[in-house]
Design a protein around this ligand. Structure first.
Ligand code: NAD
Ligand code: TYD
Length: 350
């Protein structure tokens, strides 16, 4: 194996797809999945590749600077792809501290460890920071986020991600650390943790529970199939310009209410239930504080510079996602037992 890449957060939703993509596509790379296995981390997501010779799992918490340095000195990676994060906006509203610790301090610990092992000799090295479009704040009814849009985060989650992006750029500008940043729109797909809108609604439809829509449901998000995000990360990691950032998206905006209705329609068909059954579960609930009205990515740069294009339409991706959840109900049952019940109760009983 001629290269070692540490992928942080590889046991989570997006990270597990990135790990799988790299393990399969690059047998000559040693892929080290570094993850603390929080509530969102699940090694079940990687059962199919866990015995591959080019894959290693290391349990480590990125807030533990000493341990991270030991792991980096041991594996001496050429590349880092950093996805580990606290990722759910509603949890950040309930308790921002963990978001500061993991997303800000944890990222700085990784940057310091990379500098330590690379000793300012950066040939063949790269630190790829995976971020979100939420750092740009909220759009009105028109316009798109470009790479030049000013940062204007509103939630504790997006503030912590914006801060981590700034640190990554600062290490490039100050120490010359070779970095790239990707800012992606909302992802969906297999292994999505059911605290987020789409898997939460799939889980609730299966259990005939209300589908909680915040406010009037007119909030808009731009959705990308998770495997298409993993492919974009591969492309930018290998071909993105040093110090650059790339927005990742598929020009696919949906108002929450329309998206949930499309999901209900597909679920009724797949479950052989009369049309309109799932729709009856739609329930408007109290809005999220500081709720960003609209996110929409201008993905022109990654398309024109690197030739990136998503591989599936939203309808195809949603269908694949529902099929995955229907075939993996044990996975869903496992992640929704225990702590999830307490979270759900606290989040939705207000
Ligand atoms: P996730 O919550 O599903 O997974 C996060 C992973 O990070 C988990 O495996 C968890 O165990 C691990 N982790 C958390 N804290 C850690 C710590 N202190 N040390 C080590 N590991 C830790 O998140 P996701 O949705 O897969 O998001 C991955 C990344 O992509 C995040 O950085 C997120 O900001 C970014 N992102 C997510 C989306 C989205 O729609 N989900 C969109 C754009 C960008
Ligand atoms: P979410 O999946 O939490 O992603 P993000 O907040 O990062 O965009 O939410 C997507 C949209 O769905 C967002 O506008 C909030 C809304 N939403 C609901 O209406 N009800 C819910 O129960 C959840 C979790 C989200």
């Amino acid at each position: 194996m001629n290269k070692t890449i540490i992928i942080t957060g590889g046991a989570g939703f997006i990270g597990s797809h990135v790990v799988r993509e790299f393990v399969h596509k690059y047998p000559q790379y040693h892929i080290v999945n570094l993850d603390a296995l929080t509530y969102a981390g699940n090694l079940e997501n990687l059962k199919d590749i866990q015995d591959f010779p080019n894959y290693t799992f290391v349990k480590a918490d990125i807030t533990d600077a000493g341990h991270i340095l030991d792991v980096f000195r041991h594996y001496r990676p050429n590349g880092i792809i950093h996805l580990a994060a606290e990722s759910h906006v509603d949890r950040s509203i309930a308790d921002p501290s963990a978001f500061v610790m993991t997303n800000v301090i944890g990222t700085v610990n990784l940057l310091n460890a990379a500098r330590d092992i690379w000793k300012d000799d950066y040939r063949g090295k790269r630190f790829h920071h995976v971020s979100t479009d939420e750092v740009y704040g909220a759009l009105g009814d028109t316009g798109l986020f470009t790479e030049e849009t000013n940062y204007d985060p509103h939630s504790p989650y997006s503030a912590s991600k914006a801060s981590s992006d700034h640190f990554v750029r600062a290490y490039h500008d100050t120490y010359g650390l070779p970095i790239v940043i990707t800012n992606c729109s909302n992802n969906y797909g297999p292994n999505h943790f059911p605290e987020k809108l789409i898997p939460l609604c799939i889980h609730n439809i299966l259990n005939n529970k209300p589908l909680p829509i915040y406010g009037d449901g007119k909030y808009t998000r731009d959705w990308l199939f998770v495997i298409d995000h993993a492919k974009a990360i591969d492309l930018v990691y290998h071909q993105g310009k040093d110090g650059g950032s790339y927005n990742v998206g598929g020009f696919n905006e949906w108002q929450n209410i329309d998206l949930v209705k499309e999901l209900c329609k597909q679920m009724d068909q797949k479950l052989n239930r009369p049309e309109g059954t799932a729709n009856k579960l739609i329930t408007f609930v109290k809005d999220r504080p500081g709720h960003d009205l609209r996110y929409a990515i201008d993905a022109t740069k990654i398309n024109q510079e690197l030739g990136y294009q998503p591989s599936v339409t939203f309808e195809q991706g949603l269908s694949l996602t529902i099929d995955w959840f229907l075939s993996n109900q044990v996975w869903l049952d496992n992640v929704t037992s225990g702590e999830y019940q307490k979270y759900y109760q606290e989040q939705y009983s207000k």
